[in-house]
Design a protein around this ligand. Structure first.
Ligand code: ATP
Ligand code: MG
Length: 563
């Protein structure tokens, strides 16, 4: 993965790591981790974290762990674990032997909880969740101490042991850290360490009926694994003093937590809870719907891991929250697809064209360039015959100014073929144009006229007799507003869903070489965009997703800014 090596920009995390390497703070080691909770599919925001953690490890000769933060048994599923592994691998990263689960540490975490009880630093509380919330205070008011806060060590040990043994119902007791109910940091107001939950865990089964809170598990998991740089998003900044407190009280190895701003992207939502809602309520076809910002959705859409990695490198890391323009992601994608994708001709909304002076039954194989960006991609043969399809949009009966394509009496170039002139327009009973009659100039084979006469447009086409029928799915943004949370009174983010985010076209005509494409096959349909064969593709009947159009609005903006 050398794609971004040459232009790696310094950032504050690289600066910290380089300084630590220089001072030998961790004995020259760089150990990072990507710690997803297996309660949903990964999205492009996670890609930022994956690229950062795995990328830095690679860059500094260290390693990166994949750790499932599976402390919440009720929301987590094996399906997500497998999907997450697949997505990380697809992005191009390898955790080697370093696959871990927070649940692997449940025994150790339990022992540490007991150690804190013994040290008088933790207590069993009988307040309900609501009462705990009420006692907690606010940012401006200190909290109140629980009446159970000063239980003896013996009583706490006994109660915690019985919590573990399953003597008490869900929610009846918790284990809390004894820190400071007046702390200005709410996370330090005697946070809950363990709760009772008689629920089956995807890995530990029925062994436990008490589960550690994420905050009691996360820092210690990093410590156990010898993580050097524990990189997380900004919302954990206020949790850092708590992680530090646990680690100091337990006297264990202390990783360094570094926070960065999470990725927000225009025209989409990124929270797993919301993505799950879109799936459950049928607003999309599934987690891998090509409109979703999930990695499996982007993959199905035709995104390449290279483009996503490049995007993550370009957005960089910062301490301030920001909203990234979706156009930048698409720009990175186009740059990559432009280099790798073969060009083909496809007609999405076909209009029949009969070339009256072309001999009936004759077929010519014309040479077409596979990729003008890559001469090594060579050429291919494309059949030409008397009946063709062109794009409906490429003809206008009454052309306005600046429309240079086909119109009655006008001549255009057919890509890689001949000049044709429209001589007649055939309509159905309702007056819709159903066919064009044209003539071709045999002298213009290959695309130029020997007499030097020019045409103002070149259009694509497919030979009717040879065409492969296909379904093509066109996509637009999932939301109509750059910020889906911008809503009027009484409306929700879901009211901003784009009702036209999917358009399905059937009866599209592709050049014959595409008859047998496999799902995942990517190409450019000339003039129409980049496309990727969908898993719904069946033998002889391709289904294509438009990955992205050819118009690069982001590059245009950059140009106008003089960048
Ligand atoms: P969500 O808010 O989407 O539900 P999460 O943060 O709860 O996501 P986790 O599974 O806990 O999801 O995330 C795993 C890692 O990915 C965490 O380290 C988290 O900080 C990081 N991450 C999640 N969302 C983003 C984002 N938008 N940008 C950058 N990193 C992210
Ligand atoms: Mg989370």
């Amino acid at each position: 993965m050398e794609d971004s090596d040459a232009k790696r920009k310094p950032n504050f995390i690289r600066t910290i790591i380089e300084e630590d390497l220089r001072t030998h703070k961790y004995g020259g080691r760089v150990v990072t981790r990507f710690p997803p909770e297996p309660n949903g599919y990964l999205h492009i925001g996670h890609a930022k974290s994956i690229c950062l953690n795995f990328g830095l490890a690679q860059e500094y000769g260290g390693r990166c762990h994949l750790r499932f933060d599976d402390t919440n048994p009720t929301k987590e599923e094996e399906e997500y674990v497998e999907a997450i592994k697949e997505d990380v691998r697809w992005l191009g990263y390898d955790w080697g032997e370093h696959l871990y689960y927070a649940s692997d540490y449940f025994d150790q975490l339990y022992e540490w909880a007991v150690q804190l009880i013994r040290a008088g630093k933790a207590y069993v509380d009988d307040l309900t969740a609501d009462e705990i919330r009420e006692f907690r205070g606010t940012l401006t008011e200190p909290g109140r101490e629980s009446p159970y806060r000063n239980r003896s060590v013996e009583e706490n040990l006994d109660l915690f042991e019985r919590m573990r043994a399953g003597e008490f119902p869900d929610g009846s007791r918790t284990l809390r850290a004894k820190i400071d109910m007046a702390s200005p940091n709410l996370n330090l107001r005697d946070p809950v360490m363990y709760r009772i939950l008689h629920a089956r865990h995807h890995r530990t089964g029925d062994k436990w009926c008490i589960y550690p809170m994420y905050d009691f598990a996360h820092g210690q998991s990093d410590s156990i694994e010898g993580i050097t740089h524990s990189i997380c998003t900004l919302e954990f900044e206020d949790h850092r003093p708590l992680y530090d407190w646990y680690i100091e009280q337990l006297g264990i190895y202390h990783p360094q937590q570094i926070e960065f701003a999470r990725l927000n992207l225009t025209y989409t939502v990124m929270s797993k809870r919301r993505l799950l809602e879109l799936v459950r309520e049928g607003h999309v076809r599934g987690w891998d719907d090509p409109r979703m910002p999930t990695l499996c959705g982007l993959r199905r859409r035709g995104y390449t891991p290279e483009a996503i990695r490049e995007f993550c490198e370009r957005i960089g890391v910062a301490k301030a929250d920001s909203l990234v323009d979706y156009g930048l992601l698409e720009h990175c994608l186009r740059e990559d697809l432009n280099k790798r994708c073969p060009r083909v001709m496809a007609v999405l909304r076909p209009l029949r064209v009969v070339i009256e002076n072309y001999p009936e039954g004759q077929v010519e194989q014309l040479d077409a360039v596979n990729n003008p960006e890559d001469p090594s991609a060579g050429t291919r043969k494309v059949p030409f015959s008397r009946v063709l399809y062109i794009e409906r949009d490429d003809f206008m009966e009454v052309p306005p100014k600046k429309f240079y394509r086909l119109a009655p009496g006008r001549e255009v170039r057919l890509r890689y073929a001949y000049f044709i002139r429209c001589t007649d327009v055939i309509k159905d009973a309702e007056g819709n144009v159903v066919e064009l009659r044209c003539t071709y100039d045999p002298q213009t084979r290959g695309g130029d006229a020997p007499d030097g006469r020019k045409v103002k447009a070149t259009i694509h086409w497919v030979s009717a007799a040879h065409a492969v029928e296909a379904e093509v799915r066109l996509y637009d943004h999932l939301f109509v507003k750059p910020d889906p949370d911008e809503v009027e009174e009484g409306k929700t983010w879901k009211d901003n869903l784009n009702p036209r985010s999917l358009e399905v076209l059937t009866g599209c005509k592709l050049e014959p070489g595409l008859a047998t494409v496999a799902p995942g096959y990517r190409c450019q349909f000339e003039r129409l965009g980049y496309f990727c064969a969908d898993p719904d593709t069946a033998a002889g009947r391709p289904v294509f997703n438009r990955t992205v159009t050819l118009r690069d609005t982001w590059a245009k903006i950059q140009k106008s800014l003089g960048e």
